[in-house]
Design a binder for this molecule. Structure first.
Ligand code: COA
Length: 164
């Protein structure tokens, strides 16, 4: 009987707050997927300005994922710019990063989080449901009005209530 080789253990992935040193890697990750039209691009200066919103996932000293929590009102925040490195997908990294954002939102007292996404099934697994974009006027008036895709936006608005 053939003995199958034991798979090598995967290096451990840890999530932590982003620092400015992570910005170049976040920039590469997000814009890699933006080039594939999976998400919207982000400028380097925007990531520097908003780096305090971000969590990163690190494996063997390398940034393999990022995700931001952007606060809109005392009750509402957006899970944004979620990106997992190509080749590192399907290992729970995206899910863990979103859960970090949920934990942070809960700690802040925020009760609702939303995402604009092409990854509907991924967010459904995390308890989000589809809503009409019009139910998120905070987002529309802050960002969408300036977005080049305003008139042909294909993203789906999804929201999740956070329990205590
Ligand atoms: C979408 C993305 C963030 C998912 O991250 P990931 O680390 O690969 O996903 P996870 O391993 O955490 O998956 C969590 C669960 O969602 C499922 N899932 C992941 N991607 C999915 C998809 N595209 N469609 C359906 N289900 C998906 C997984 O099977 C897993 O299910 P399980 O809990 O039953 O095992 C990642 O693939 C990515 O960066 N994609 C390109 C950029 C992008 O689309 N970003 C989102 C912008 S909003």
């Amino acid at each position: 009987m053939a003995i199958s080789p034991v798979p090598a253990p995967q290096p451990q992935v840890t999530e932590r707050r982003a620092t400015v040193r992570d910005v170049p890697a976040m920039f590469r990750l997000i814009n890699h997927w933006a080039d594939q039209r999976q998400m919207l691009p982000k400028a380097l200066h925007t990531l520097c300005n908003t780096v305090r919103d971000f969590w990163v996932a690190e494996e063997s000293g390398e940034v393999v994922g990022c995700c931001g929590l952007r606060i809109y009102t005392e009750d509402l925040a957006e899970v944004c710019s979620l990106a997992v490195a190509p080749g590192k997908q399907g290992r729970g990294i995206g899910q863990s990063l979103v859960k970090c954002c949920h934990g942070e939102a809960r700690a802040m007292g925020i009760r609702r989080v939303f995402a604009l996404t092409y990854q509907v099934a991924f967010f459904e697994r995390l308890g989000y449901r589809i809503v009409d974009m019009d139910s998120l006027p905070e987002k529309v008036w802050r960002d969408c009005v300036n977005c080049p895709f305003l008139d042909n936006c294909n993203e789906t608005a999804m929201i999740r209530e956070l329990g205590a």
